[in-house]
Design a protein around this ligand. Structure first.
Ligand SMILES: Cc1cc2nc3c(=O)[nH]c(=O)nc-3n(C[C@H](O)[C@H](O)[C@H](O)COP(=O)(O)OP(=O)(O)OC[C@H]3O[C@@H](n4cnc5c(N)ncnc54)[C@H](O)[C@@H]3O)c2cc1C
Ligand SMILES: *[C@@H]1O[C@H](CO)[C@@H](O)[C@H](O)[C@H]1NC(C)=O
Ligand SMILES: *[C@@H]1O[C@H](CO)[C@@H](O)[C@H](O)[C@H]1NC(C)=O
Ligand SMILES: *[C@@H]1O[C@H](CO)[C@@H](O)[C@H](O)[C@H]1NC(C)=O
Ligand SMILES: *[C@@H]1O[C@H](CO)[C@@H](O)[C@H](O)[C@H]1NC(C)=O
Length: 537
């Protein structure tokens, strides 16, 4: 470790440091060797586990590691690297990884789609292994029962594509980014533009398979309702390795309507979005209108402004949407020309910003190399933000520049009907909308990173008066280490107190039940990360 020593250390100190690091490295190496010997013994002889192991000695180690890192913030030489990646090809490889890592005291990180906002699925400050799920991507759709089994390494785009292959009038409520993995997304809640009609992904999951700490595979029946409750919104990574989900498909019309209407500050965007706050959560469930403020170049050279995109998804045709908008939200002045009718699967391409006419096979493309860095945060809004508040926000967005944007996602509808304790995700009735803040940059180096991280924290501070309080709620899928991290103390009370800081924001009153479930299924806290659920008191 390099510290800010002012003086050259004397020779004995250097020696001591060298000896210390050799002995450290040695015990890690011994454990790792034992781990590698343990793996084949616990894996199926018909599926050699050696074909799933990548260490830094394998030529493709870095490309396998980096292929599911979508944020350049975690693609630097300083980013801690795993001792090895186990890219499981058979269930027994997953079971063996859990059993052997535990036996030899190695930490694991579980990765499905790799979209974790803080990189927790592939970064740790302790020596660690990555258990990679990208080979577990089977999707089995059964239209007759309107259900599907989906493996954890499948992406949302793959789920959507496979559903549409079988039916034009079925869908699944989940996120708009096709490369997100179902392993992390569903276990953290999972929302998208069907949320006001059908709730979250977790509200439509009916079974799951999980590998628990002793290596056993459990389903809903054998894990019990408490564990099944916990993994639907409490984050999978605290409880075990999710293998697959059984989802309930939902029905959509054969044609849906989408639009993206943009207004700048000069075009009265502030008035329109102010009104949006009063109607977006009260509109019919079939209509979801996201507001997305972002910094753009203004019409005068060198002058920036804020543009708000109102992106709509309507489960119906434009001929009924236009009159509805004229009555409920005339301020947007939605015209027939703004609207496009398409199948639901085409609407998933529209929401992912693919140009019109892109073939649906684009949904199957896995992530490409990250070419920018970002930091995100979240908030919940329960009272409309006054115009003065909006204006102070715009000022800061303009200061952040073109990489500054927000997503405002309306709640209400089905979201308000589901009790807070139904799943670990507690943000239900009483929320008008959720904000995602994002600061994005292309400059490399720690200085730029620190500058942009600081701007994202300033924006979060400016918003404090306008958002939920005690706790200031946050969305688990928008993981943010600024809101608290788990203590590394062995003292249970200290660990629990540290978890209450972030846990109350993500889970509110559901945190105690989550810790109770954790105690029953992983009492020694093998499955852990910087913001996991510790065993309870
Ligand atoms: C571009 C982008 C767009 C997004 N859009 C949306 C959106 O529209 N709606 C929304 O709700 N969220 C959205 N998110 C957030 C996303 O849902 C979360 O980041 C989610 O956790 C990602 O899942 P993953 O499998 O890709 O990530 P990973 O990084 O693989 O995992 C995330 C977390 O889950 C754990 N985990 C992963 N797989 C398993 C498993 N099989 N078993 C147990 N634990 C596991 C990991 O250890 C980690 O803690 C978006 C994120 C990005 C980057
Ligand atoms: C990585 O290298 C080891 C040692 O050469 C080899 O046994 C293993 O099969 C390699 N991994 C893969 C996935 O090829
Ligand atoms: C693992 O734990 C589960 C749940 O406690 C139990 O049902 C199962 O028998 C255990 N399996 C083994 C191999 O010990
Ligand atoms: C903005 O509002 C003003 C005052 O109500 C109005 O005169 C003007 O036409 C509006 N501009 C646009 C682009 O809607
Ligand atoms: C905005 O303007 C800047 C120069 O002021 C330019 O570098 C940038 O490319 C412009 N952005 C867009 C999206 O046109």
């Amino acid at each position: 470790m390099k510290t800010s020593c002012q003086r050259q250390p004397s020779i004995p100190i250097i020696l001591a440091i060298i000896l210390f690091s050799i002995s450290c490295a040695n015990s890690d190496q011994v454990n790792l060797d034992m781990f590698f010997r343990c793996l084949p013994i616990n894996s199926s002889p018909f599926y050699p586990v050696s074909q799933a192991i990548y260490t830094p000695n394998n030529a493709s180690f870095l490309s396998v590691l980096n292929s599911y890192i979508i944020n350049r913030r975690f693609l630097t030489s300083a980013t801690p690297k795993p001792l090895a990646i186990i890219a499981a090809k058979h269930i027994s490889h997953i079971q063996a990884t859990v059993i052997c890592a535990q036996r030899y005291g190695l930490e694991i990180r579980i990765r499905s789609g790799g979209h974790d906002y803080e990189g927790l699925s592939f970064v740790s400050n302790n020596p660690f292994l990555v258990l990679d799920m990208f080979n577990f991507r089977a999707i089995d759709i059964d239209i007759a029962s309107e259900t599907a089994w989906v493996q954890a390494g499948a992406t949302l785009g793959e789920v959507y594509y496979r559903i549409a292959e079988k039916s034009k009038v079925h869908a699944f409520p989940a996120g708009v980014c096709p490369t997100v993995g179902t392993g992390g997304h569903f276990s953290g809640g999972g929302y998208g533009n069907l949320m006001r009609k059908y709730g979250l992904s977790v509200d439509n999951i009916i079974d799951a398979q999980i590998v628990i700490v002793n290596g056993s595979i459990l389903d809903r029946k054998s894990m019990g309702e408490d564990v099944f409750w916990a993994i639907r919104g409490g984050g999978g990574a605290s409880f075990g390795v999710i293998l697959s989900w059984r989802i309930k498909l939902v029905q959509v019309p054969s044609m849906v309507t989408v639009f993206n209407v943009k207004r700048t500050l000069e075009q009265n965007a502030t008035d329109v979005v102010y009104r949006w706050q009063h109607v977006a959560d009260k509109l019919p469930k079939e209509l979801f209108i996201r507001a997305m403020p972002q910094t753009v170049n203004g019409s005068h050279k060198g002058k920036k402004t804020v543009q708000i995109s109102f992106i709509g998804h309507y489960l119906g045709k434009s001929e009924s949407l236009i009159p509805l908008m004229n009555v409920r939200f005339p301020d947007l002045r939605l015209q027939q020309d703004d609207c496009s009718e398409m199948t639901w699967i085409e609407s998933t391409l529209f929401w992912a910003y693919f140009p019109p006419g892109t073939p649906t096979s684009a949904l199957l493309v896995r992530p490409s190399k990250a070419d920018f860095s970002f930091k995100s945060k979240s908030d919940y809004v329960k009272e409309p933000i006054p115009k003065t508040g909006l204006e102070s926000m715009w000022k800061l967005l303009i200061k952040i520049g073109e990489g500054g944007w927000m997503q405002w996602n309306p709640y209400g509808g089905r979201m308000s009907e589901i009790p807070e304790s139904e799943t670990p995700f507690p943000h239900r009735a009483g929320n008008i909308f959720k904000i995602q803040y994002s600061v994005q940059w292309v400059e490399e180096g720690t200085e730029a990173t620190n500058d942009y991280l600081k701007l994202s924290r300033t924006l979060y501070e400016v918003m404090r008066p306008y958002v939920s309080k005690s706790p200031r709620e946050a969305f688990l899928n928008y993981k943010d280490l600024d809101i608290g991290i788990a203590s590394s103390s062995k003292n249970r009370a200290i660990l629990i107190n540290s978890a209450r800081v972030y846990g109350s924001k993500y889970f509110k009153g559901n945190l105690d039940r989550l810790m109770h479930v954790k105690t029953s299924i992983d009492p020694n806290n093998f499955f852990k990360n910087e913001q996991s659920i510790p065993p309870g008191p």
